[in-house]
Design a protein around this ligand. Structure first.
Ligand code: PLP
Length: 381
């Protein structure tokens, strides 16, 4: 198998599994229990919190553990809107967010909030002037992702943080696709809230974190115990949290070298596909992108058929968000960038990772060229 869908999920790093096992086997105490057996689990959770904070460049008290990226996004959006309900009911976001943000915005709208989606340019970068215009006196939250999961296009998070700070509006950045991929302490870019997810960086599924900068207004979504400073009730997923911290520390330690290794591999893959397939293009090619992602347009065929044909050759690829698989609508991200429905429909995302080798990409380029030619010969699009 050649796995080129690392933006969907990544394999668990064996070192991460090793770090988790003690908390699934012997040290299974409840971190809230007062005796020593429970306090060993508490110490592991707090050690993990410090490691995550160190990687992000924030204080340990600013890290909340959640059940993944989707929950972190929900907590950020719903939690801030609820905490600031006395101040306003307006949220600004972008047109290219992950469904964890966009559908949460739709739910907030159904509850009486007003939501403005700032447009993106043809390169997939959010229009800063549109964001600036949208921020008003009743705006209680700005939420714009750091890197888009479908195209890898990076958003100007530091500039957005400036804009939001100047207006006293809390700013949330979904960094699920950048945590561990870029040699950056993400908190230093300035967002007040930042989401990440362990399974995108060789950690376990179902665990993530929300950075909440000190002083950011936030109400909890779950009612229950006083876990996570009363902001996320529920007995901690100790092994998952330990695994998240280990995975993040490993990824942050190698992010610079991995980015330097992957960018030329990705760029060569793009050059070879563009040279061999007439009419092919790369969505977001002109914008800064995370080094592992490419989104290729093959107008005139269906991206879903390409993914199926690649699967038959042992290659895992995607048409975009894993959450939209089976969704016949063209990608909201690509259409927001001005792609025609025909271009958007014929798009395939390849996302490289730690285990990707140059020889594999040679196989993938050959397979893509053949598959596209075959599908074009029979396509009615
Ligand atoms: N945000 C982005 C940008 C994502 O790519 C994903 C996963 O695809 C999520 C949020 C959701 O994360 P999780 O799968 O941990 O719920």
């Amino acid at each position: 198998m050649i796995y080129l869908d690392h933006n969907a999920t990544t394999p668990l790093d064996p070192r991460v599994l090793e770090s988790m096992l003690p908390f699934l086997r012997g040290a299974w105490g409840n971190p809230s229990s007062p005796y020593r057996f429970g306090q060993e689990a508490r110490a592991a959770v707090e050690r993990a919190r410090s490691r995550v904070a160190e990687c992000l460049g924030c204080r340990p008290v600013e890290v909340l553990f959640t059940g993944g990226g989707t929950e972190a996004d929900n907590l950020a959006l719903r939690g801030v809107v609820r905490a600031l309900r006395g101040r306003g009911r307006h949220v600004v976001t972008s047109a290219i967010e992950h469904p964890a943000v966009l559908r949460t915005c739709a739910a907030l709208e159904a509850d009486g909030c007003r939501v403005t989606q700032a447009a993106v340019g043809a390169d997939g970068v959010v229009d800063l002037a549109a964001v600036e215009r949208a921020l008003g006196p009743d705006t209680v939250l700005l939420s714009v992702m750091h890197a888009n999961n479908e195209t890898g296009v990076l958003q100007p998070v530091a500039e957005l943080a400036e804009l939001a700070r100047a207006r006293g509006v809390p700013f949330h950045a979904d960094a699920v696709q950048t945590a561990g991929k870029l040699p950056l302490r993400l908190a230093t870019l300035g967002p007040d809230l930042l989401s990440l997810s362990a399974h995108k960086l060789h950690g376990p599924k179902g665990v993530g974190a929300l950075l909440v900068r000190h002083g950011t207004p936030l109400d909890p979504l779950l009612t229950g115990g006083e876990h996570e400073r009363g902001l996320r009730a529920g007995t901690e997923n100790v092994a998952g949290i330990v695994g998240l911290a280990e995975a993040l520390a490993l990824a942050c330690g190698t992010a610079e070298a991995e980015a330097a290794r992957l960018a030329p591999l990705r760029d060569r893959l793009e050059r070879e596909v563009l040279a061999a397939v007439p009419g092919a293009r790369v969505h977001g090619a002109g914008a800064p992108r995370v080094p592992n992602t490419t989104n290729l347009a093959f107008p005139g065929i269906d991206g879903e058929s390409v993914v199926v044909a690649l699967d038959l050759r042992g290659i895992c690829a995607s048409t975009g968000s894993a959450c939209s698989t089976g969704d016949p609508e063209p990608s909201h991200v690509l259409t927001a960038m001005g792609a025609s429905p025909r271009d958007a429909q014929g798009s395939v995302r390849l996302s490289l990772g730690r285990d990707t080798r140059a020889e594999e990409l040679d196989v993938v380029v050959r397979a893509l060229v053949e598959v596209v030619e075959q599908l074009r010969a029979i396509s009615s699009l």
